[in-house]
Design a protein around this ligand. Structure first.
Ligand code: RAM
Length: 896
């Protein structure tokens, strides 16, 4: 009977994570079975500190016993206390509602990090600090040590104020870049954990580390350097457990040695300068003569938090070969990667000792074919490599990244660049979304959204990856968060970002407009508390809870969110939000949404989400008071901005979209408001005027109000301004502004013209939820109760949409052929789905060739329930499995 098996075991947000901090990590699994209508009725989890004992079932730290529950996502560990440095193995099996028992899952594991600060025995060490003006040479650190007996297991814990790359016996440890990533270093720093058992051996060993500036002291935005401090330092602890059961810890301390090396500087915004002639061969191996190296400076303890990183680390996730190379300027080669991307290129070169290769990176080209760099502002994005002249040399930078599609390579005549490879980086989240349609423009748009997410999910969700900005703008992040969740598993990434948001929160309760929040920013007047930005502190936990059932993200951030609401109420006793400057619907075109309307809408929305989140974590009283607050703000909103005929002050697409989406209108006015909205879109020749906020809400509200044709017209619009306009003009990522480049005017506003800004890509959410029709029911968190409700429109003949939820793959592939609509649907085990099928009165709906009503009513054990007719659709509830529905389809107007 073992055709049922739990798979994809996850601990907290990761697969087989090393070094986690949580004392009650949550365990999740998916279930694989072909049985239709599979529901879990019970589970049993076993956790052991010994793999063999787990397999033999001879010793556990937790045996959950048979727990009658359908929960398979985020089940908290509840065994004996977990110990630092320990490794844990777990497996799970489940029962279905018919009493069938699954096989045991494969064994999954995690290891605990250092649960208390006092377990850090290492010292913070760095170079002996002298203040440096401008560029800063990168330090290398090393230490030799002896291992006297056979090792059972070895683990490195490393943290840094700066960015650290660790190596052991000449091999790079792990694949992370820029560890331990960006946090508010005044409050918190991450550490990372690496299993180095296979790199260590009995005898002489050496550990090395390279310490770059990273976000700690390198350039950030337009604020210059040293925003957190100047004293780069790191702390490293190598924990060894011997086969005889004894332990030893090798730590960073005054006995290490430090030296400069080949890296003259390496900075996120500026690039890197590397002189291979200055390399120290074998510097991270035992036996290297480090007598000329200096002793490091030992720093005092850090008083803030040292936490394990909960999000997947930044890695190289893909390589890209150039599509063309051409000579432009004499002595220079222009490389086109064919895709606007983030990372760098690795080159293979030969040439004379001392010759230089200069690589300049850019997103777009000038009309004369040279690289366009005006939009980088002060960011130089330039890497320089000086050859040592010893045959084939391979170079890639260490502590910098660039936003680019083009690379201009300049070198003297003796230099030959024989290979160029684009190295794509981002936090290595699992990809979860796929979308293919019958329209190549729409497919390219999906690709552009995805690539823009990849480009900007670099430790924090940044606005852009190229110019001297690259900050965690909260507004952009919240608007895009649901889209992001379709594309990748962002649960851990946003949970980490919430710590940044809360670390940045002001004493007043105000959330900030960027997180991490930078020292150069003043405390109140700028970059704090802006409507639509600061509200991210409430919207992001809500979104993550909704998608992933992550209650802990609400619990952990509840007080901070409540403080934000209290701040808003205090500052705006009239409940119309008028307290400060905002950016409003940033980058809207020829439409100006009144600021107070915009801010009050978000204020109301936050109150509403707080009510729902309070409910979700059992805070019933607070839920009631936030619900009442929402109603009061809503009344004030209606009085102040909504006319009886449904017109909304400012009469902008964004104003209508916010009011409709956030449910701020009286019932009888909704229809009229939607009609005004559509009239505005039509009057503008089916063009969008919204900025980065309205764009998230616009297409969804059109569909909900019965104007799906209008939403398809906007999607498929090819003339300016539109998504497909940018695509027709070569975009491979989402532009910051609709008018970033126009036929008429060329490049616009160089200072604010990124070609890799995801906010306007927030339409990705609509593409999955409405076009593809993969959504969750609004009543329950997560995809336990799925809703398949596609808005078919015969401007497309095929949409094949797939999403990997916490329960497994959900797929809806719809097509329109010869007047028939067909929906091929996959629903994962342990969920149910309401499926909405276009319905013409009196027409049959077939499932796998048979009339569905017959199947629903007569086939014993089938998991199809007829829920009746809702508007133009017939609704069925189905259980897990694969289905093929088919019915007659009435042409409903083309968006093209
Ligand atoms: C810009 C950023 C960002 C936006 C803010 C208001 O500088 O690029 O996208 O949120 O300003």
């Amino acid at each position: 009977m073992n055709s049922i098996i739990p798979t994809n075991l996850k601990t907290e947000y990761l697969y087989n994570p090393l070094g986690i901090d949580s004392s009650h990590p949550r365990l999740s699994w998916m279930i694989e079975t072909k049985t239709r209508g599979f529901l879990q009725s019970a589970y049993r989890i076993l956790v052991s500190s010994d793999r063999q004992q787990l397999l033999d079932e001879s010793g556990f730290v937790w045996d959950s016993g048979k727990v009658n529950s359908d929960q398979s996502v985020f089940v908290p560990y509840n065994g004996t206390p977990l110990l630092s440095n320990e490794r844990y193995y777990w497996k799970v099996r489940v029962w279905d509602t018919r009493g069938n028992l699954s096989a045991w899952s494969e064994v999954s594991e995690w290891s605990m990090g250092l649960l208390s600060q006092s377990e850090w025995k290492a010292n913070w060490i760095g170079e002996v600090f002298k203040p440096v003006e401008g560029n800063r040479e990168v330090s290398f650190f090393r230490k030799s040590f002896t291992i006297g007996k056979p090792i059972q297991r070895a683990t490195i814990y490393a943290t840094a104020f700066g960015a650290i790359e660790v190596s052991l016996n000449g091999s790079r440890v792990g694949e992370d870049y820029f560890a331990p990533e960006w946090t508010d270093y005044h409050t918190r720093v991450h550490y990372r954990t690496y299993d180095v058992t296979s790199l260590l051996h009995v005898g002489s060993n050496a550990v090395g580390s390279i310490l770059g500036e990273g976000w700690y002291s390198g350039h950030i935005a337009w604020y210059g350097k040293n925003l957190y401090g100047e004293a780069l330092r790191f702390m490293l602890q190598l924990y060894v457990r011997y086969e005889d059961g004894t332990e030893e810890t090798i730590v960073s301390d005054s006995s290490w040695k430090e030296s400069k090396g080949p890296i003259a500087f390496s900075d996120f915004l500026m690039g890197e300068s590397y002189d291979a002639r200055l390399e120290h061969d074998g510097w991270n191996e035992a036996g290297f003569d480090d007598s000329a190296w200096r002793s490091p400076h030992v720093y005092g303890d850090f008083k803030g938090w040292i936490n394990a990183q909960i999000s997947p680390p930044i890695r190289v996730v893909e390589e890209k070969e150039p599509i063309t190379e051409q000579k432009v300027v004499p002595g220079s080669l222009l490389i086109d990667i064919g895709q606007n991307m983030v990372g760098w290129v690795r080159i293979k070169v030969t040439g004379d000792r001392g010759s230089k290769v200069t690589l300049r990176y850019a997103e777009v080209l000038n009309p004369d074919g040279s690289i366009y760099t005006d939009n980088l502002r002060t960011a130089k994005q330039t890497d320089t490599y000086t050859l040592k002249g010893e045959g084939i040399e391979i170079y890639e930078p260490k502590f910098t990244f660039h936003g680019f599609r083009y690379v201009e390579i300049t070198a003297s005549a003796d230099v030959k660049v024989t290979q160029i490879t684009g190295r794509v980086i981002h936090n290595s989240m699992k990809s979860t979304g796929k979308l293919i349609t019958s329209d190549s423009g729409v497919n390219q748009l999906f690709s552009n959204i995805l690539w823009t997410q990849r480009a900007n999910f670099i430790s924090v969700p940044t606005d852009c990856p190229q110019r001297d900005e690259r900050m965690g703008w909260t507004g952009d992040a919240q608007v895009f968060s649901r889209t992001a969740s379709y594309n990748m598993d962002v649960a851990g990434f946003f949970a980490k970002y919430m710590t940044d948001i809360v670390d940045a929160q002001r004493k007043t309760g105000a959330f900030t407009d960027t997180a991490p929040f930078l020292k150069g920013f003043s405390d109140w007047s700028t970059f704090v508390a802006s409507a639509g930005w600061a509200d991210a502190g409430v919207i992001i936990p809500w979104t993550m809870y909704s998608v992933y059932e992550d209650r802990r993200i609400i619990e952990d951030n509840y007080d901070a969110m409540a403080a934000w609401l209290a701040f808003l109420v205090k500052m705006n006793p009239s409940l119309l939000r008028t307290d400060t400057q905002y950016y409003g619907d940033w980058l809207s075109l020829n439409a100006s949404t009144p600021m107070d309307l915009f801010a009050t809408a978000y204020f109301a929305y936050c109150a509403k989400l707080m009510a729902a989140m309070s409910e979700a974590v059992g805070k019933t009283e607070q839920a009631a008071s936030y619900a009442a607050l929402f109603e009061q703000i809503r009344s004030r909103f209606i009085e102040a901005f909504v006319a009886e005929d449904g017109r909304i002050a400012g009469e902008t697409q964004t104003g209508y979209a916010l009011a409709l989406f956030m449910e701020l209108l009286p019932e009888e006015t909704r229809r009229k408001a939607a009609a005004h909205l559509v009239a505005d879109i039509e009057q503008r020749g089916w063009h969008i005027t919204t900025g980065i906020h309205g764009i998230k809400y616009l297409l969804p509200v059109l569909c909900e109000a019965g104007y799906e044709e209008a939403s398809y017209r906007l999607l498929l619009q090819e003339t300016y301004p539109s998504w497909l306009y940018s695509i027709r003009n070569g975009a491979t990522t989402i532009w910051e502004r609709w008018d970033g480049w126009t036929e008429e005017k060329g490049f616009q506003n160089p200072g604010m013209n990124s070609f890799n800004h995801y906010a306007l890509g927030a339409v990705g959410e609509w593409m999955f939820r409405y076009m593809g029709g993969i959504d969750k029911s609004s009543e329950t968190p997560g995809y336990k109760h799925i809703q398949i409700r596609p808005f078919l429109n015969d401007s497309l003949t095929l949409v094949d949409c797939q999403y990997e939820s916490s329960y497994g793959t959900i797929r809806n592939r719809w097509s329109i052929v010869d007047g028939f609509a067909e929906l091929q649907v996959t629903i994962p085990p342990n969920t149910k789905a309401d499926i909405f099928i276009p319905y013409i009165d009196g027409e049959q709906v077939y499932e796998s060739g048979e009339p569905v009503l017959y199947v629903a009513n007569n086939r014993v054990g089938e998991s199809i329930i007829d829920l009746g007719i809702v508007g133009p659709r017939r609704v069925f509830q189905i259980g897990s499995g694969e289905y093929r529905f088919r019915t007659r389809f009435k042409s409903n107007g083309a968006g093209k």
